[in-house]
Ligand binder design. Structure first.
Ligand SMILES: *Cc1c(COP(=O)(O)O)cnc(C)c1O
Length: 376
């Protein structure tokens, strides 16, 4: 098998993949309407459910698209006609959810919360108490822009107590942070193959309660291509995706899941944490400061403030690292200069130690003072 030059991606997905996953895409041409391919997809869907311990009550519905397609699908498909959505908004991905709801002209309450702290549960409860027509509560699990981890179990519990269901965007936590949909009160979650499972881009999935998907059959149909029930029903009755699936990406995902289960849920999460510990250690050695306190971080993303040094230039340091095989990523926080280092993908702590050597060299090369300085 061909080995490809290894790149260390420290951006928040797509992530570094193994050669075995890359090579799994090279298969004989196949028509995805063949039974053989249907079997691959149904096995894949079962495995995707088992990653979050869903069991028989949950289904994984596959879509061809990037992760945002799942935000769109869950929001537009799961709201009944006389209901409103509640979005807990504390980062760029929950803001995206609000934009989707606006684009569909759907009724929703946007509960704005600070981006650097866990949301105020009593504020969420208050909205639920004052509005008896909330169909679902929506929250991002891991706000990838800042690295903030939101309390899904608690928010899911509140949603359920008030008769709503709970949708959470787990795109950047699924298959990394252990999730148990029953324990964590999750009715719908979602992810994309290029993140947690360390596969390729182009395949995304919604994992959710079958009874609620069945119930949504009679909800207003706001999109044709991005409708959850339609895709679910088509797959259940024909064993195929409604429209052309990303064939080679699915072969890669199949291999990625073999590797996921070989590594194991706990071991994999341990590895991601080990990678983040190495990221944090390097920051501390250089004096780099983060946006968020470590006790509210996911353990998967660190958003670092730009040093206040006239010689600091993110693009130059980015290019220096990139030319040496390491990709770093700009932040997503408006007006505040940050960049991100992420612990996703098929990497380990030694890759991070190698990265920091290069990063430090880059700082020295461009005359940035070490330890780096901040004016306050
Ligand atoms: C990556 C990500 C998405 C999907 O983004 P795409 O660019 O559409 O792949 C959605 N939500 C979160 C939290 C993410 O990290």
């Amino acid at each position: 098998m061909k080995t490809t030059e290894r790149k260390i991606l420290l951006n928040p997905g797509p992530s570094t993949t193994t050669d075995t996953v890359k090579n799994a895409q090279v298969v004989p041409d196949i028509c995805p309407r063949e039974k053989e391919f249907g079997k691959i997809m149904s096995d894949l869907a079962k495995d995707l459910v088992s990653i979050v311990h869903g069991g028989e009550e949950y289904a994984a519905v596959l879509f061809c698209g990037s992760g945002t397609i799942c935000i769109d699908i869950t929001l537009n498909s799961l709201l009944d006609r006389d209901k409103k959505a509640l979005v807990v908004q504390n980062g760029s991905y929950s803001e995206r959810a609000c934009e989707v709801l606006k684009a569909y002209g759907m009724p929703f309450i946007q509960l704005d919360q600070p981006i650097d702290r866990v949301p105020d549960l009593s504020a969420i409860e208050k909205v639920m108490k004052e509005n008896d027509d909330i169909g679902y509560v929506y929250m991002t699990h891991h706000e990838t822009g800042t690295g903030l981890l939101n309390p899904i179990r608690e928010v899911g519990e509140i949603a359920h107590r008030y008769g709503a269901f709970f949708i959470t965007d787990t795109t950047s936590s699924y298959a990394m942070i252990p999730i148990d949909v029953h324990r964590d009160n999750v009715d719908f979650c979602m992810a994309s193959a290029q993140k947690g499972i360390m596969g390729m881009t182009g395949l995304s999935y919604v994992i959710g309660r079958k009874d609620l998907i069945e119930r949504s059959k009679d909800y207003p149909m706001r999109s044709y291509y991005c409708n959850l029930y339609l895709q679910y029903h088509y797959f259940e009755t024909t064993g195929q995706m409604h429209f052309t699936p990303p064939v080679q990406t699915i072969y890669a995902a199949k291999q990625a899941l073999i590797e996921y289960f070989d590594e194991g849920e706990e071991k994999k999460w341990e590895r991601h944490r080990r990678v983040m510990a190495a990221i944090h250690k390097g920051e501390d050695e250089l004096g780099l400061k983060e946006m968020l306190n470590r006790d509210v971080q996911s353990g998967l993303v660190s958003a670092i403030r730009y040093p206040d040094d006239p010689n600091w230039d993110f693009d130059k340091i980015h290019d220096y690292c990139y030319e040496r095989g390491f990709t770093i990523y700009p932040g997503k926080i408006e007006k505040k200069g940050t960049f991100r280092l992420c612990a996703l993908g098929a990497i380990d702590d030694e890759d991070i130690r190698d990265f920091w050597k290069v990063f430090r060299e880059g700082l020295v090369h461009y005359g940035v003072e070490i330890p780096v300085r901040y004016n306050g």
